[in-house]
Design a protein around this ligand. Structure first.
Ligand SMILES: C[S@@+](CC[C@H](N)C(=O)[O-])C[C@H]1O[C@@H](n2cnc3c(N)ncnc32)[C@H](O)[C@@H]1O
Length: 239
């Protein structure tokens, strides 16, 4: 039994932002996970661990096979499901993934030892905010941010520094189960810090002249960002 998520699972995972029957359709019609990825997805579901859902898996397969990034950074490893999915679909990539939760780190290490056949994945243990500044600048061509939502805007300036020009960032779970489209007064008090963080993220990126950004309504929403120049000035309070 995994302790971390059993009591405290993300309730937005069960508030789809598109019609439920479309979510079911996407989850059942698209090519299934096979082998160890199937095993890990089932384990995550049984233990309430919030790994990327199947519609995001299908999207990642297509995206990653097409762009074939060589250096990938992930913030939020959990059990290593998405890192192993990225490794499967980018056999030549080096993947650095960060997590701070000891229980997740233990499970990820076990899974990487068993399933990371080409030894592509390096796990960095600790708080992303402490680890990010120490990574090499302009060294990644793809970043997947899948961690605490209110912190995306805090991590973004460092992440942009680590990303090569032309590289892409994918940020998961940005619709807050639809709350982001509401006025803040209609959002539950306990969710407002996340709401504010996500709105700062949208303000900083969606219309930035040096970024190309797109909101994609699968899962609880993805934000895709392309870095178009060597240095991006975000002009936010978080800098
Ligand atoms: C949604 S899960 C990641 C799921 C994984 N990407 C997948 O799809 O297989 C989020 C993970 O981010 C980690 N996390 C959240 N905030 C973090 C932070 N500030 N620094 C490091 N890890 C963090 C949590 O411990 C958790 O394991």
């Amino acid at each position: 039994m995994v302790e971390t998520y059993s009591k405290n699972a993300n309730h937005n995972m069960r508030r789809p932002v598109v019609k439920e029957e479309i979510v079911d359709f996407m989850r059942t019609k698209q090519a299934p996970n096979i082998g160890f990825l199937k095993e890990l997805a089932e384990f995550a579901q049984e233990e309430n661990i919030p790994v990327i859902p199947h519609e995001t898996v299908a999207f990642f397969r297509l995206l990653l096979q097409s762009i074939q990034p060589k250096d990938i950074l992930e913030i939020g490893t959990a059990i290593g499901f998405s890192a192993l999915l990225m490794a499967e679909n980018c056999p030549e990539a080096r993947i650095t993934t960060i997590d701070r939760n000891e229980e997740m780190i233990g499970l990820a290490k076990r899974n990487f030892a068993q399933f990371d056949e080409r030894k592509q994945i390096q796990l960095l243990e600790g708080e992303a905010q402490d680890i990010l500044p120490g990574l090499d600048d302009s060294s990644y061509d793809f970043v997947f941010m899948d961690s605490a939502k209110s912190k995306y805007i805090v991590f973004l300036p460092d992440v942009l520094k680590k990303l090569k020009k032309g590289g892409m960032i994918v940020i998961d779970d940005i619709f807050q189960g639809g709350d982001v489209a509401l006025p803040i007064e209609e959002v539950r008090r306990g969710q407002r810090t996340i709401y504010r963080g996500l709105h700062k993220l949208f303000d900083a990126t969606l219309q930035h002249p040096d970024l190309t950004a797109s909101l994609v309504s699968i899962s609880d929403g993805l934000l895709l960002i392309r870095k178009n120049v060597e240095e991006v000035d975000l002009l936010t309070d978080e800098n």
